[in-house]
Write a protein that binds this ligand. Structure first.
Ligand SMILES: Nc1nc2c(c(=O)[nH]1)N[C@H]1C(S)=C(S)[C@@H](COP(=O)(O)O)O[C@H]1N2
Ligand SMILES: [Mo]
Length: 206
């Protein structure tokens, strides 16, 4: 069959991205929101919650819940990719970007190039600082317009959607800058140190 005539100029246009172009290799689309936690969901009162930025032993910034809620908020709509092979498109989140936190803390240059995220319950994960800046990551407190539910990391979790979702640390309480990259919880059990879903970096050596 012959193609219908197409006006000059239309041929070269890039088609709008389809859902397929947004699913990394080895992943499949899901519409529900599975819960994946290595341990029990921690419970705490918001009055005892805080979020801290740390470098070595030094405290660079610390916010109570009400202070954190008063910080400039950012909303994003992003795709998320779990290493257990589900991907979910167009999830909407609200929170405070890491850029904003550094700015508010008066930090113009990150003191060290890597970060370790520490959570209630003891979970940790490592991310290069560059992957947390330029709007790439936030401490999220809302999902689909509602407070983040405890099983999904409420009151607050890291959201770093361009890496496998295990990097998006739930119940996060502390970002610690470090000089050299170190494995966190899953990374020390054989998962990839970086975890780019588009390069299928699932396990160490991928
Ligand atoms: N503190 C903490 N954060 C965590 C985890 C965890 O076990 N503890 N699991 C990780 C993994 S493996 C995934 S896939 C996502 C799952 O997030 P969800 O339960 O909201 O889907 O959280 C990540 N963050
Ligand atoms: Mo995961």
């Amino acid at each position: 069959m012959q193609d219908p005539p197409i006006a000059r100029g239309f041929r070269g246009k890039r088609p709008p991205p389809t859902a397929n172009d947004r699913i990394p290799p080895g992943q499949h689309l899901t519409h529900d929101f599975p819960v994946l936690s290595a341990g029990p969901t921690p419970t705490l009162r918001l009055e005892s919650w805080s979020f801290a930025l740390q470098a070595g032993g030094a405290l660079l910034g610390k916010w109570s819940w009400s202070e954190f809620e008063a910080l400039p908020q950012t909303q994003v709509k992003v795709d998320i990719h779990c290493v257990t092979t589900w991907s979910k498109l167009d999830t909407t989140w609200q929170g405070v970007t890491i850029d904003t936190l550094l700015e508010v803390a008066g930090i113009s240059e990150p003191p060290q190039p890597y970060a370790m995220l520490h959570c209630d319950g003891g979970y940790t994960t490592n991310v290069p600082v560059a992957d947390l800046l330029a709007g790439k990551a936030m401490i999220a407190t809302r999902y689909e317009g509602k407070p983040l539910s405890p099983e999904h990391g409420g009151p607050a979790r890291l959201l770093v959607p361009h890496l496998y979702f295990w990097k998006s640390a739930k119940w996060v309480r502390r970002l610690r800058f470090i000089e050299h990259d170190e494995p966190g919880f899953w990374e020390s059990l054989g998962y990839h140190l970086y975890g780019d879903p588009w390069r299928e970096q699932r396990y160490a050596g991928d």
